[in-house]
Design a protein around this ligand. Structure first.
Ligand code: IVH
Length: 691
């Protein structure tokens, strides 16, 4: 064969190889971006992509404008766009029994300053699906979003368009610019069983329960598939409404929207006393199995909307409603082993590894045994047969050990006196249940990694693509030691890309999702630091109190220096007790404060606390003091209302005070206000202010 022929043959082969590779990548792009259903991992994709790129580098004539190395780029998150909710989509406080419901009603009555009258409630079944918000513009259904983190959800409009019982046009809403209805998307039990049966036949993974099946289906990109899943909708509340619609109560709201054509649950009851509450609960629990859809409890809502408005919110839940969960489902299984996990705060947690068992449709293979006291109280040992329970979203727990099935040679289980990770001694403080590793964050790697994992987790910085394996890899390589290192990861671009299994595409996706998180709320920032006892509720209270990063940062510097005034300021924050303040104080040593500072410098913005309601009101930025007894509302309600309107409520009257609200029998504070010529409002004037 002539040399020229040989060359041509080679070129042909290379072109064929290149085309094959290009088609393969294009088909994976389609699966990934269009169908939300990738068949290979990102790293496998990267291998293909790198191969294509190196072919193009070697043989530039191959490259066209349509090459996936140029075209697809990194259209990250092509699935669903994000939507900011007009008002937060909330969750509900839980009651586990009638006593909890009684306590709730007593608390609400105190808050509203009610004497002996029973506050009217509406009881509705709690549908076990996923919450959704639907927007109508002049009567036309225009968009819908999932709850997401409560503030920002995913736009799933095109999936929702396929759901038959969501009205696409509502004549009665024609003259209303925006009408946002909220409710639950769910899947009937029979449709769930049918779906899983088919998935099993096709060798696909099974959904654990109808709720997961509904959520997974709604997030399908292929609308034909969503349509086949036969999802349904129940409306039960509302979001933004641009024009007053005449409903005074939840009952009237339900009647009106049903009349408009929205599907509502026929099963609900007005409760005028505790007896009604019990009757409805028992009635629904009895017919629970016969219902077409899954429910996991009853929601009790204050019926009257004006009272709901007075009650407002606590954290992420409305004060005007509570969910009473049905009792836990139970199962029996055996403990194969007990392993110790070392958490980010150094606490050693014993975790039982189980013979996997289904409880209420969910597969459980591990259960936390919490601490030594819990193990001793229930005398839990390796090899034991145990009874387990799981209620709704609640994590499973051990109820008891079946001693008749205990193995002869079983031994008591004791949490070790050395940390299984760093081998430092463990210690249990007097009056504390937790056994802790004494190695600390700088020695114990489980603690380091645990804190970083917490930092990137969903409720904290929520950095997609950095959970689990990648974080560990980067940490082991020394790219990340402290949280702020995450924001400088691009320094290691070459090293990261050259690592096996981590290519250009995964790298750019990751950097994009990291950069997206450079703007964060003060609340999430505080939460992400992993201060013991500072969960979402407390970080919300702290950010509400300090309002901006600068003020909060100064407070932690002062607190750790033993400043008594700042310590007292912390203790006076409603909802924060001395033990929490001590934990904050102990957490912030010099090193931690430096880390927080560096972290803040690595971000673009830490957003000030935003009041969920109005901030440009008459009370915005005003300092007010309450004194004496108010007749029409409790002190807590008055304080919450003032804060929602942007005021700062303090305890003592000074030159800085703008208003003093004086109820009955007000004493020296009112006098002092008058001496200082500060405006004093009586209760009626205060009520006018609020309205
Ligand atoms: S009222 C919280 N009513 O339960 C805002 N919620 O666990 C008002 N849910 O996020 C909600 N059935 O998704 C309400 N009849 C019902 C409900 C219901 C189910 C869901 C809802 C909420 C979750 C809280």
């Amino acid at each position: 064969m002539k040399i020229k022929d040989k060359k041509e043959k080679n070129v042909k082969k290379i072109k064929e190889e290149y085309l094959k590779l290009k088609n393969e990548i294009n088909s994976h792009n389609k699966l990934y971006y269009d169908q939300n259903n990738p068949k290979i991992s990102d790293s496998e994709y990267d291998l293909l992509w790198n191969e294509l790129k190196s072919l193009e580098e070697k043989f530039p004539f191959l490259k066209t404008k349509k090459s996936p190395t140029i075209q697809v780029g990194y259209k990250a998150n092509q699935g669903f766009s994000k939507v900011k909710h007009s008002s937060p989509m909330l969750s509900l406080e839980n009651a586990l029994n009638i006593e909890d419901v009684k306590k709730y009603i007593e608390k609400i009555s105190r808050y509203l300053n009610l004497k002996n009258e029973f506050i009217e409630l509406v009881a509705e079944p709690k549908i076990d699906g996923l919450s959704i918000s639907l927007k109508y513009k002049n009567g036309k259904f225009i968009s819908g979003a999932t709850r997401g983190d409560g503030q920002i959800g995913e736009d799933v409009t095109s999936s929702l368009m396929t759901i038959k019982n969501i009205p696409k046009e509502v004549i009665n809403l024609k003259n209303i610019d925006v009408f946002e209805i909220r409710g639950e998307i769910y899947m009937d039990k029979k449709d769930f069983l049918f779906l899983n049966k088919n998935r099993k036949l096709n060798g696909e993974s099974l959904f654990a329960n109808p709720r997961n099946a509904a959520a997974g289906s709604l997030r399908q990109l292929d609308n034909e598939v969503v349509k086949k899943r036969n999802l349904k909708f129940f409306a039960y509340t509302y979001g933004e409404i641009s024009k007053e619609i005449a409903f005074k109560s939840q009952k009237e709201f339900l009647d009106i929207i049903r009349h408009y054509g929205f599907p509502t649950n026929e099963d609900f009851k007005i409760c005028k006393n505790f007896n009604d509450i019990e009757i409805f609960y028992n009635e629904i629990e009895k017919k629970r199995d016969k219902l077409k859809y899954d429910i996991d409890g009853i929601v009790y809502k204050i019926n009257y909307i004006d009272v709901q408005k007075r009650l407002g919110l606590v954290g992420r839940a409305p004060r005007w409603a509570i969910a009473r969960k049905f009792p836990a489902e139970k199962a029996e299984t055996q403990i194969n082993d007990i392993k110790i996990q070392v958490g980010r705060t150094g606490i050693l947690t014993p975790v039982a590894e189980l013979n996997p068992v289904l409880i209420g449709g969910v597969r459980v293979s591990r259960v936390s045994l919490h601490n030594q006291d819990e193990i001793d109280r229930k005398d839990i040992r390796i090899g034991d047969t145990i009874k387990l329970q799981r209620a709704g979203d609640v994590i499973p727990q051990v109820i008891s050990v079946d001693l008749s099935k205990r193995l002869k040679n079983s031994k008591k289980f004791i949490i070790p006196d050395k940390c299984p990770c760093c081998k430092s001694k463990t210690h249990r403080k007097e009056n504390e249940v937790a056994v802790k590793c004494t190695g600390g964050l700088s020695i114990c790697e489980d603690q380091q990694l645990g804190s970083l994992e917490y930092f990137v987790s969903r409720n904290a910085f929520n950095i997609e693509g950095l959970g689990g394996k990648n974080l560990k890899k980067f940490w082991m390589e020394g790219f990340i030691k402290y949280p702020f290192d995450i924001f400088y990861l691009d320094k290691f671009k070459e090293k990261i890309i050259s690592k096996e299994g981590f290519g250009e595409k995964s790298y750019l996706n990751l950097i994009k999702s990291i950069n997206e998180k450079k703007i964060i709320s003060l609340e999430k920032f505080i939460y992400s630091l992993g201060i013991p006892q500072i969960g979402r509720r407390t970080s919300n209270l702290l950010s509400k109190h300090f309002k901006n990063f600068h003020k909060w940062f100064i407070s932690i510097e002062n607190l750790s220096n033993g400043n008594v005034k700042v310590y007292n300021d912390y203790i006076n924050i409603d909802g924060i007790g001395p033990d929490v303040v001590d934990d904050i104080k102990n957490f912030f040593n010099n090193e931690k404060i430096k880390i927080v500072k560096k972290l803040s410098q690595s971000l673009k913005k830490i957003e000030d606390y935003k009041f969920l309601i109005k901030s440009n009101s008459k009370l915005s930025e005003k300092i007010i003091v309450f004194t004496g007894t108010l007749e029409k509302m409790s002190r807590s309600e008055a304080k919450s209302k003032a804060e929602e309107l942007g005021a700062k409520v303090t305890n003592s009257v000074s030159n800085k005070t703008d208003y003093v609200i004086a109820g009955k029998d007000s004493g020296s504070k009112e006098k002092k206000a008058k001496d200082l010529k500060i405006k004093v409002l009586n209760e009626n004037e205060w009520m006018k202010f609020l309205s």
